[in-house]
Design a protein around this ligand. Sequence first.
Ligand SMILES: NC(=O)c1ccc[n+]([C@@H]2O[C@H](COP(=O)([O-])OP(=O)(O)OC[C@H]3O[C@@H](n4cnc5c(N)ncnc54)[C@H](O)[C@@H]3O)[C@@H](O)[C@H]2O)c1
Length: 320
Amino acid sequence: MKYLVTGGAGYVGSVVAQHLLEAGHEVTVLDNLSTGFRAGVPAGAAFIEGDIRDAAKWLDPSFDGVLHFAAFSQVGESVVKPEKYWDNNVGGSMALLAAMREAGVRKLVFSSTAATYGEPERTPIPETAPTRPTSPYGASKLAVDHMITGEAHAHGLAAVSLRYFNVAGAYGAYGERHDPESHLIPLVLQVAQGRRDAISVFGDDYPTADGTCVRDYIHVADLAEAHLLAVRAATPGEHLICNLGNGNGFSVRQVIETVREVTGHPIPEVVAPRRGGDPAVLVASADTAREKLGWNPTRADLAGIVADAWEFAQSITREH
Ligand SMILES: NC(=O)c1ccc[n+]([C@@H]2O[C@H](COP(=O)([O-])OP(=O)(O)OC[C@H]3O[C@@H](n4cnc5c(N)ncnc54)[C@H](O)[C@@H]3O)[C@@H](O)[C@H]2O)c1
């Protein structure tokens, strides 16, 4: 099969593109390199340096489907520059859907997010939970989910939205290198590398066992496997929404302690005020992905996730 992977020069897109290639598919990456890296495009994939808003230039009926990762995803930035998120995430996705309709490409897997739920009423969070995003980033992703539902019902698109919780780890030469970095594991690893003096813990008075926020960390390779299952499961006229997480929560302090164990570095920490819009606990119920996709994540061990991320962080530092 031949797939267009938007955002395939970024963290998750590059790992999924590599998995598609390993499964024998043909892959074209479309990425404008706004936050991605040319080196992130797997060898063996065709590369178009371009914007999803211009997808009509390149989409043609030879494609069997699109895996859509291209977006801006910094929650904090979205609060101060909401228009940037509506323009790229919503405007870009609208143009992509129009190009797909025009070219007769009728299968889509979309990167949605736990941020569509906002502050949960209960955990683990099922897909039926209320969607009340607390940032323009989450709102922009939820808007695209709604757009896709309409496209499936009105125009027969076969679609799956995958709502990732906290993606972490690396897969071979492909891993996380956001700039600025906002994700906990790579930030703590920067302390281990001496690139940062200490890790900030935003709030230690949450109603959790050690007072710090609890998140569900999912290995990027487990996540990639869900995408391959999703392209197979997508059904014309239906929009399936699945959470992707392990169903286990780890606190910020547990993550820091695990990084200490993996790297042998003492990792100084500094307690800082809570950030607005950070729920105390975000843990997924991934029962739908298990039932409808047959997904079975196998890399839930936090030390293993951190070890893979650590190996990748060291490899890119050696490159520079
Ligand atoms: N990383 C996570 O923990 C996480 C969690 C939930 C959801 N997501 C979603 O997963 C997707 C991938 O996230 P990531 O962490 O790999 O981010 P990333 O920034 O590493 O990758 C995004 C890629 O999209 C490209 N891009 C952005 N706008 C574009 C445009 N208009 N045209 C073409 N290319 C464009 C960027 O250059 C980049 O390569 C995003 O949609 C994000 O919202 C990520």
